[in-house]
Write a protein that binds this ligand. Structure first.
Ligand SMILES: Cc1cc2nc3c(=O)[nH]c(=O)nc-3n(C[C@H](O)[C@H](O)[C@H](O)COP(=O)(O)O)c2cc1C
Length: 393
């Protein structure tokens, strides 16, 4: 089929999938458009690049079941606050309870305003959620990954190794198989906290945290970096520090929400994606040699921040992100999605993939038409959007 034939198919698929998105839409995209959406997150191969970021949308097993049914590629569980064997949490200020979330317009996009922080139920309850996620992962229905906020000391203080030890071992035991895939969260509220006022202090965390975690289990580690309250250059310093140090991270999630110091809340929207894309572009676009991990291979990046279209997914991919994780776009008012039926996850996936103008399929076909993406063996590959130096080998 030529390009205009494919666009006509896309318009038809967009319309008919409003009522029901096929669970294996990636297989449909492959057979209909010869587009291979295969993506990667933390060393795992995914059928497509779209996952869910840690937060209020991965707090219980029924949310995970819904995501598995929708065909989401992966879900990161809500961030738990690390504790020692006696239950003490040095980051306990992050384990606060707050249920009310407001989805609001900001800068022409959407943001969620919410004063809550990390997991606020018991650690035992979290382990039960980890086991539910493990079962879905093993059944091949949905890759799930726990997320932790561990103790972060001031410069002149030691790390609380007992919290790292107890929490990491308990998660590894609950998971059962090696390695344990794990995200370490450096959150926007942390960026807004007095703890994060000093650059040297943040760089030390980012450098030393991987080793503190790896001491206690065989972990494949993604570090979700914050948008610190410094300039773009410091974001790049953080990325470099995270890939050096003892044991370095295996992947980086780039970058968590911005912090509005006046209102005391985290926010997203266009300002967030502008900043993230600018920082990443500096490292990865324009023939730069690429950003390496400690093992010398390309550093795996997972994009996050204001992703509300396939076009934005392509922008993150062009800057080295082999997958993306969304939160806000999975919680819009129902009338904001063109689909008329299905869960929010399905409705979001429908427009992200099949929108005839800004969906992932449309944007990849447009790049083929303008010569910036070529077919290989007849197929267009999502991972070919990444700069050479960042393509998984
Ligand atoms: C209400 C809310 C709660 C969040 N909680 C967490 C969290 O516990 N841990 C974490 O790593 N990220 C958390 N995030 C960040 C999201 O996972 C995501 O990375 C970020 O919001 C940027 O993506 P978005 O613009 O698609 O929302 C949260 C975001 C929102 C909106």
């Amino acid at each position: 089929m030529n390009n205009s034939g494919l666009l006509a198919s896309l318009a038809r698929d967009f319309e008919r999938f409003k009522r029901e998105l096929p669970r294996d839409f990636a297989a449909h995209v492959r057979s209909t458009y010869r587009i291979d959406l295969t993506a990667r997150y933390l060393g795992e191969t995914l059928p497509h690049p779209i996952g869910k970021g840690s937060g209020q949308l991965s707090l219980n097993s029924s949310q995970l079941e819904t995501d598995a049914d929708a065909g989401l590629a992966f879900a990161v569980l809500k961030t738990v606050i690390a504790q020692d064997a006696a239950g003490a949490q040095s980051m306990g200020a992050w384990a606060i309870h707050e249920t009310k979330m407001n989805v609001e317009r900001r800068g022409g996009g959407w943001t969620v305003t919410w004063k809550g922080r990390g997991w606020d139920r018991s650690f035992e309850d979290y382990l039960a959620l980890v086991r539910a996620g493990r079962d879905l992962t093993r059944a091949g229905r949905l890759l799930t990954v726990p997320s932790v906020k561990y103790h972060l000391p001031r410069l002149n203080e030691p790390f609380r190794f007992d919290e790292y030890a107890f929490t990491t071992r308990a998660l590894a035991d609950a998971w059962g198989e090696s390695p344990l895939l794990l995200e370490k969260d450096f959150s926007p509220t942390l960026a807004g906290d007095r703890l994060a006022e000093e650059k040297q202090q943040i760089l030390r965390w980012v450098r030393e945290v991987p080793g503190c975690i790896r001491d206690h289990a065989d972990v494949r580690l993604a570090m979700k970096l914050m948008n610190a309250r410094f300039d773009d250059g410091f974001q790049r310093e953080m990325m470099a520090a995270a890939s050096g140090g003892r044991g370095g991270a295996d992947a980086l999630v780039v970058f968590n929400r911005l912090f509005d110091a006046e209102r005391g809340v985290a926010y997203g929207g266009p300002e967030l994606s502008d900043r993230n894309l600018r920082v990443l572009g500096f490292l990865t676009l324009g023939g730069s040699p690429g950003f390496k991990s400690t093992t010398g291979g390309p550093m795996q990046l997972c994009g996050t921040g204001n992703i509300h279209s396939g076009r934005l997914i392509v922008e993150y991919a062009r800057r080295g992100c082999s997958s993306v994780q969304l939160h806000t776009f999975f919680q819009l008012p129902l009338e904001a999605y063109p689909a008329t039926h299905g869960s929010r996850t399905q409705r979001a996936l429908h427009v992200l993939i099949f929108d005839p103008r800004d969906g992932l399929v449309a944007v990849m076909l447009a790049r083929e038409a303008d010569g910036s993406l070529e077919r290989r063996g007849g197929d267009l590959l999502f991972l070919d959007l990444l700069p050479d130096a960042h393509r998984p080998r």
